[in-house]
Write a protein that binds this ligand. Sequence first.
Ligand SMILES: [Zn+2]
Length: 307
Amino acid sequence: MVDSRITLVRAPNPSAMTLSGTNTYLIDCGNGAAACIDPGPPLDRHVDALLQRAAELDLRISLILLTHTHPDHAPGAPMLQARTGAPIAAHAETEFPHDRGLHDGEIVRIGDTAIQAVDAPGHTFDHLVFYEPREGALFTGDVVLGEGYVVIAPPNGSMRAYQRTLARLLDEFPDARMIYGGHGEPVRDPQAKLREYAAHRESRQREILAALQDGPKTIPDLVRSIYRETTPILWPAAARQLLAYLIALEQEQRILSRELSRTLSQDDHAILNPEWKTIVGEEHARTVEEELGAMLRLDTLREYALR
Ligand SMILES: [Zn+2]
């Protein structure tokens, strides 16, 4: 990223959920001021790295912006604030402590730079994307990543809201030249990436509807058929993802569901409500639970059918 006013500092929190770690960005906003997007997990050594990088660039961090408040993106913010005095700006509806609540379309001015906040629900209801027009940079948090796809999991995630967000970004930012996502590498062709993301969602939904053509199925049935090529470690994430589609399809009255009276088998249980601590370890369990909506227990089996 030579000549760019944008510097990526990756947090040392790699995992299945965070890929190689959470991306924190410093934007040189002019007049020696930097905005910091997503200070990441609560790790002193990451906050140290951010301050060091800012000092090397001759910048002082004077604004902290949050795309969303998942444990791998936001808890570093108050730590960075304690060391810089920079205010925290976040989605107006988030419960995470912040100094300034941002609404859709609001412009944040810092140095000689104007950064636009874009309401971008779907991954969570209180997610923002930021646009910096001079660099043509879209900071997408967990809406678009540098590799792979995003988990959209109820209760805080909504598939249709997410698809509308993708369509809106494609529509309203034709001049975007780069996507800087919350994980993975920067993306050089934002429009192609957004189209790929939208197409992926549509093809997954077609697979679900095709699987239901063979008769009614539970979420574990659908996981075992649609994700048969995927490592079973990722099946619980797949299950939550399918739930997001099924909720949307049922609301649109394309499918219907009923609760089954039989109890969950061991296998069903392992897919629907796994013990995250034993799978990913204590350190990452909270992030995974938030990302996958594990607070929503799936203790009964529902069967889904085409209408
Ligand atoms: Zn997230």
